[in-house]
Ligand binder design. Structure first.
Ligand code: THU
Length: 160
């Protein structure tokens, strides 16, 4: 048995927003205001930059039957897949507000959203940046690094 290690490169930006992604981050903050988050009070916005330069946004949509709600990332990524199926993803910015204020800490995507991001990488054959925005600091990481050992249904993806 041999021991292997995973190394994750990520970048932390303590002043302003990450260079080149200012607009995308602002769009993520703006769209968080449309969240339907009456149960958690946690409003999340996601802005997806497509490789044709278009930006698709989404926010979390909750439900009184809690598990039926959907995170901002998946709302935006599924909408992008439906509206622009030919276009891959260049970057996804994510921002969360609690009590009407952008959170100090950057928000990290849940496991289900990471799995959906991993499918986007497979679908378009290209990795992308995930920018997690916070008031104190923002973090930039590759989507592939967010979910090591992601589930892949290789028989299906091979015939994609
Ligand atoms: N949520 C997101 O939309 N994205 C995340 O990255 C984390 C969590 C939502 C789900 C739920 O509506 C609320 O935030 C609290 O978990």
């Amino acid at each position: 048995m041999d021991k292997r290690e995973l190394k994750i490169d990520y970048f932390v930006c303590r002043e302003g927003l990450p260079a080149g992604y200012e607009d995308l981050c602002r769009k993520a903050m703006e769209i968080s205001q449309t969240a339907y988050s009456i149960y958690s009070g946690f409003s999340v916005g996601a802005a997806v930059l497509l490789d044709n330069g278009m930006v698709v946004t989404g926010s979390n949509q909750e439900n009184s039957a809690y598990p039926n709600g959907l995170c901002a990332e998946r709302t935006a990524l599924f909408y992008a897949g439906a509206q622009y199926p030919q276009n891959g993803v260049k970057a996804l910015a994510l921002a969360a507000c609690y009590n009407g204020e952008l959170r100090e800490e950057s928000v990290t995507p849940c496991g289900a959203c990471r799995q959906v991001m991993s499918e986007v990488i497979i679908r378009y054959g290209k990795d992308f940046d995930v920018i997690m925005v916070g008031k104190k600091e923002s973090v930039v990481v590759k989507a592939s690094a967010l979910l090591p050992f992601a589930f892949v249904f290789s028989e299906k993806t091979a015939q994609r």
